[in-house]
Design a protein around this ligand. Structure first.
Ligand SMILES: Cc1ncc(COP(=O)(O)O)c(C=O)c1O
Length: 396
């Protein structure tokens, strides 16, 4: 770093590689490792989606195109949103982005800046914290409460107390990565009201919206969304992604739903960040969102089963605390006596060849926990548990 010809912005020079990445790098190239550390499933994108993108490429859809996405895809996303939540949503509010991450980055570029801060509910995916830093802002974490049964709860008073005159936005991911915590509609109403009153943005990360495990029981196909309790001109931006529900992590495609009055600003940011999303990939996304419902249901059911296997095995261990997963596809479990989750992740990798992420990667409230991604086959999750159990049963 010191050898560079000129100084970097301090926010950039001080960025650290995420601890998920660090443990992942350590395990790269190891034989027979069961990789449960990163946030993706073990299945490739289904071929009906790949075929649509391949065909589009062959058909010459290889040019620059609409910066907010091709009109058919924007309309299909609006239609998906209307059907999923039984709400009105015009395609003019939809903008296709090169991944959920890129969408988050552009939103933060738009609303934060030097001197501003973002109140973020933690533990959270580390990229969010780094994105706030890159945008020049300060992070104000509000930690979820750890419940005795291993679940999590948001203290709404503490969230309100964290806001100050420099707060530009509240960022909440629900269902949450790594916790699997799902915010209720009641809590969403309360937080949105706070944002309206304080004239700050609510950035709702809903990339795991489809991963809820009691949905069938309460007649829902998705977690409660801020879109259901808001008006189009509310200070709300919803982040979504093709990555998780359609097994498209490597495509780097996502979307934002914003107030109509924000879309022009966002268009400018897209122009100068990415100049729009890859043309032919958008046809794969169109097929995914129009024809992928059966696939999504199968994927969520597979994750529910994976989560249940992991929950049954972990919850039986006296030193481990975890509630039955509500959403997303992670077990985020607390281990009695665990003080250095990074060292423990390395130890587990050495001793068992199972890759987990250290809880400390996820900011305040994360240490003392480990994250296991259960979007995998029952067979590999069972083998992983066979290997982990003897170590997790012993004092750390
Ligand atoms: C909470 C959360 N938000 C956003 C993303 C971004 O997803 P992508 O950039 O793959 O669309 C992720 C990915 O792991 C995530 O966990």
């Amino acid at each position: 770093m010191n050898d560079l010809p000129a100084p970097l912005r301090p926010e950039i020079a001080s960025l650290e590689t995420s601890r998920i990445q660090q443990i992942f790098d350590l395990g790269l190239g190891r034989k027979d490792v069961i990789p449960l550390w990163v946030g993706e499933g073990d299945q490739p994108t289904p071929s009906f989606i790949c075929d649509a993108a391949t065909q589009a490429m062959k058909d010459g859809r290889t040019f620059y195109t609409y910066k907010h996405g091709i009109p058919e895809l924007r309309e299909a996303i609006a239609d998906y949103t209307r059907t999923l939540y039984d709400i009105d949503c015009r395609s003019e509010r939809v903008s296709v982005t090169c991944s959920g991450m890129s969408g988050i980055m552009m939103v933060l570029q738009a609303v934060v800046g030097t001197g501003g801060n973002v109140v973020v509910v933690t533990p959270v995916w580390p990229n969010i914290m780094s994105a706030v830093q890159i945008a020049g802002g300060t992070l104000r974490p509000v930690q979820l409460d750890d419940l005795p049964d291993g679940g999590f709860k948001l203290d709404l008073d503490r969230l309100a107390d964290a806001l100050d005159e420099n707060t530009r936005a509240i960022f909440i991911a629900s269902p949450g990565n790594p916790t699997g915590w799902v915010m209720s509609a009641e809590e969403q109403r309360h937080v949105l009201e706070l944002c309206r009153a304080r004239r700050i943005w609510m950035i709702a990360d809903e990339v795991y919206a489809r991963f809820i495990f009691d949905g069938a029981a309460n007649g829902r196909a998705a977690a409660p969304s801020f879109l259901e309790i808001s008006e189009p001109e509310d200070p709300l931006i919803v982040v979504n992604s093709f990555s998780k529900a359609w097994a498209m992590t490597g495509w780097r495609m996502g979307w934002l739903i914003t107030p109509p009055s924000f879309i022009e600003t966002l268009g400018r940011l897209i122009e100068f960040n990415t100049s729009g999303s890859p043309h032919f990939l958008q046809y794969g996304c169109l097929t995914a969102i129009r024809d992928g419902e059966d696939y999504v249901h199968e994927t969520v059911e597979r994750c529910r089963q994976g989560g249940e296997i992991v929950f049954q095995r972990l919850a039986a261990l006296p030193r481990v605390h975890m509630a039955r997963p509500q959403g997303a596809f992670y077990a985020f479990f607390r281990v009695d006596g665990l003080r250095d989750s990074m060292a423990f992740a390395k130890h587990l990798l050495e001793q068992t060849n199972v890759g987990l992420s250290p809880g400390s990667a996820f900011g305040p409230g994360g240490e003392g926990h480990m994250r296991l991604c259960f979007a995998s086959s029952s067979a590999s999750l069972s083998t992983a548990m066979d290997r982990l159990e003897p170590i997790l049963a012993k004092p750390v």
